[in-house]
Design a protein around this ligand. Structure first.
Ligand code: HEM
Length: 492
């Protein structure tokens, strides 16, 4: 009886392996065989996913790409995350892909992520609806009104937080930046001030974001299950806020993103669409923007010359403004050339978004490479940003390289490109500039050793601990004039 059971099991396993092999052979022998980029599909089903992940976790995450680039060229085929995939580390090929519309390529994400972000999320919708949501959100995020609001909130939260720091205290920059950037963004999204509701959102959001890149297993106790439960709790709260807004009359000038979406008259913006997007728009507040700030401070801690020049530039602005008795406005922060170069260089080296995955809706040929219908294509920015053909000494933090360099070229795409180009570029830069300004003008610090983890998302292993020391000199906190109510000005 036992033998029969074992034979049955062995038989099933053998049939499964044969099935996988014939499926794999079919892909390899397909009509595209001669036109596909070079490369290998790896093992049946799992392809090269394990090697990709183990390289991504290592100290040298480029090793997966570099090895294949040297064997097959800048565009090659592989099989990762369950799909046959063309990987592009060629800036021009990637630009073409990002600029194509939804008839040619659509976004593709790991299953756990699509389960969690909601089917009406801007990250998943296509065509005219995506363009409409993008246009409305983008116009509001770029408005001078919102930038002034963000500046006021960010200054307030940064000042309040930094005012509690004591000399020789250990501060975790990543935690501080997350706390502040999340509050600023939720305020811009739905005018929520720090409160019990904000705290509830933050806690639920942390649970939610933990499952974005996780095993697609939805059983109680799994990370994905917990994240889905957290999402449900957030949706309930956001729905209540949407209902309240719908009942009140729409203001002539939108106060926040929610006002913009609720006031739309096309009839396409259901409560579900609005709440999906409200929740997904919180991701940069908990993740991308705080990382930009944290990485900038990490790189500056390792580059005394760059830190010195950044501090000088910001001290000069602070003194000028104090002399004039004026508060700092958003354009003051955005017009600091060296500070902006530090942020640009941090984006290049930090690769907060390593690349984007799209799925081909038809056969596409780019620069002689074929991307067959149904295959995924991974535009891998990291390899382009660290390519010595584009950047001298690419692993060296060198903000000066941007003095005469164009940030609009296809060799620099930290915010993507084409129709889905990130609408939050200015906000990300503004928030990072404000944090850096207040940090370097008020504190000196000594950073503890820390290292960057690159997978599944970028983060600092020890959350970037620094010992802070207030700069010398009397520090007086003077209330701002009426137009900047709620913020405090520091004179030195
Ligand atoms: C350092 C900070 C940030 C980085 C590196 C970043 C990066 C990106 C990238 C690469 C994309 C393209 C996605 C794609 O093509 O599929 C994107 C899209 C997007 N980003 Fe950002 N982002 C940042 C901050 C922000 C902020 C502050 C906001 C606003 C709240 C924002 C809102 C969005 C939205 C709504 C999209 C979707 C656009 C669409 O699909 O039409 N991002 N971002």
């Amino acid at each position: 009886m036992d033998n029969a059971w074992i034979l049955g099991l062995v038989g099933t396993i053998l049939s499964f392996i044969l099935l996988c092999r014939s499926f794999w052979a079919k892909i390899s022998r397909s009509k595209y065989r001669n036109q596909l980029p070079l490369g290998t599909l790896g093992w049946p089903l799992i392809g090269e996913t394990l090697e990709f992940i183990s390289c991504a976790y290592s100290d040298y995450p480029e090793s997966f790409m570099d090895k294949r680039r040297s064997m097959y060229g800048k565009v090659f085929k592989s099989h990762i995350f369950g799909s046959p995939t063309i990987i592009s580390t060629d800036a021009e090929v990637s630009r073409f892909i990002l600029q194509s519309d939804a008839k040619t390529f659509v976004p593709s994400y790991p299953r756990s992520l699509t389960e969690l972000i909601g089917k009406s999320s801007i990250l998943l919708i296509n065509g005219s609806l995506q363009r409409r949501v993008h246009g409305l959100i983008g116009a509001f995020l770029k408005s001078a009104h919102l930038k002034a609001q963000i500046t006021k909130d960010m200054q307030k939260y940064v000042q309040e937080s930094m005012a509690t720091w004591k000399d020789n205290q250990l501060i975790y920059i990543q935690d501080e930046a997350k706390q502040i950037a999340f509050e600023v963004l939720v305020k811009a999204l739905m005018s929520l001030d720090p409160s019990k509701e904000m705290e509830f959102l933050r806690q639920s959001f942390q649970e939610f974001i933990g499952g974005l890149i996780s095993l697609p297993v939805k059983i109680p106790g799994s990370q994905l299950y917990r994240s889905l439960q957290a999402r449900k709790r957030m949706v309930k709260l956001v729905h209540e806020i949407i209902q309240d807004r719908r009942k009140s009359s729409s203001p002539s000038n939108p106060r926040d993103v929610l006002d913009v979406l609720v006031s739309d008259t096309s009839g396409q913006f259901t409560d579900e669409l609005i709440s999906d997007n409200m929740i997904d728009l919180m991701i940069p507040g908990e993740d991308s923007v705080p990382l930009l700030i944290t990485l900038a401070i990490k790189y500056l801690s390792d580059s005394p010359k760059a830190l010195h020049q950044l501090t000088e530039e910001n001290m000069k602005l602070k003194r000028q403004k104090a002399k004039l008795g004026e508060p700092l406005c958003w354009s003051d922060y955005m017009n600091l050339p060296f500070t902006q170069n530090v942020i640009t260089e941090t984006l290049r080296m930090g690769n907060i978004i390593i690349g984007l995955i799209r799925k081909a809706m038809k056969d596409v040929e780019i620069k002689g490479y074929l991307i067959p219908k149904g295959w995924c294509v991974f535009t891998y920015f990291r390899s382009v940003h660290l390519d010595e053909q584009h950047y001298d000494w690419p692993y060296k933090f060198n903000p000066w390289r941007w003095q005469d360099k164009d940030t609009g070229s296809c060799n620099f795409t930290p915010f993507g490109g084409g129709q889905r180009l990130c609408p939050g570029i200015d906000l990300a830069r503004l928030e990072a500039s404000i944090f850096l300004h207040h940090f370097v003008t008020q504190f000196r610090w000594v950073a503890e050793d820390d290292s960057v983890i690159n997978f599944p998302t970028i983060r600092l292993k020890k959350r970037m601990p620094v010992w802070v020391q207030r700069r010398e000199g009397p520090l007086a906190f003077v209330p701002f004039p009426r137009e900047c109510e709620g913020t405090t000005r520091q004179t030195s």
